[in-house]
Design a protein around this ligand. Structure first.
Ligand code: NAI
Length: 212
């Protein structure tokens, strides 16, 4: 396993993109690629690619390029996508249902194993093949299934209390769609990834306004 201590967050943030492009190359039957060709495809510089991958000890050989399957596997190992982290969704409203039904968790190293909602009219309904469970089942479910990741799709007002409860139940990572800033102290060192689709849209608006 390559060393990945002291690697900057910006490098880590670029790894999923490498992983995705390498997957596309494999699907096209490409087995080897130089950093220059990969850079052209990804619209970055070859030196950026070499620098990024050198953080993990470098994978390619001078003048030979990268073996696509090996590089993808190594990056996948760094990202932990082969680990099948148990994942639960909290809140089965519009967003929670969409994420339950239309997202390929296994492709990203996760396995959706539970969906919860506090509303008794929603608990008991099904999304795809999965039954939405009541929040009263959360403790027993977590002690039995030991999920690592919780996806928060609940109102902002409920996020603090629910995330504290989840951390106590052993959740190690939060994919937080609520617009609440989870306090890291409350969740005892778990990792948080905040998702704000609006930020991406605003960046697009900025792009329109500042187009040359
Ligand atoms: P929704 O109202 O359709 O669904 C929320 C669900 O959470 C409901 O089914 C409700 O019964 C359940 N719920 C409420 N309190 C709960 C609790 N304590 N425990 C478990 N379940 C509980 O809302 P929607 O549209 O699905 O949005 C969900 C959240 O995601 C909101 O906070 C919204 O602001 C946010 N959101 C964020 C986006 C982003 O880009 N970050 C995009 C869209 C929504």
């Amino acid at each position: 396993m390559p060393k990945n201590e002291n690697v900057s967050k910006s490098v880590i943030r670029r790894l999923p993109r490498y992983y995705r492009f390498l997957g596309e190359l494999l699907a096209e039957g490409v087995t080897k690629i130089s950093s220059r060709e990969l850079a052209e495809r990804m619209n970055v510089t070859a030196s950026q690619i070499r620098q990024d991958l050198n953080c993990f000890g470098g994978f390619g050989q001078q003048g030979y390029g990268y073996t696509v399957s090996e590089l993808r596997e190594e990056i996948g190992a760094i990202l932990g996508v082969e680990e099948h982290h148990g994942t639960i969704i909290i809140g089965a409203g519009n967003l929670g249902r969409a994420l339950a039904a239309h997202f390929d968790y296994e492709k990203y190293g996760c396995e959706l194993c539970g969906i919860f909602d506090v509303n008794p009219e929603i608990a008991g309904t099904s999304i795809v093949d999965m039954k939405v469970l009541p929040m009263s089942d959360l403790d027993s479910f977590c002690s039995l299934n030991r999920p690592d990741i919780a996806i928060l799709c609940i109102p902002k007002s409920a996020a603090a209390e629910v995330s504290r409860r989840l951390a106590k139940l052993g959740i190690k990572a939060f994919w937080n769609f609520t617009h609440y800033d989870i306090s890291l102290e409350d969740i005892d060192g778990a990792v948080v990834e905040n998702v704000h689709l609006g930020d991406s849209l605003m960046a697009l608006c900025y792009g329109i306004n500042n187009k040359e």
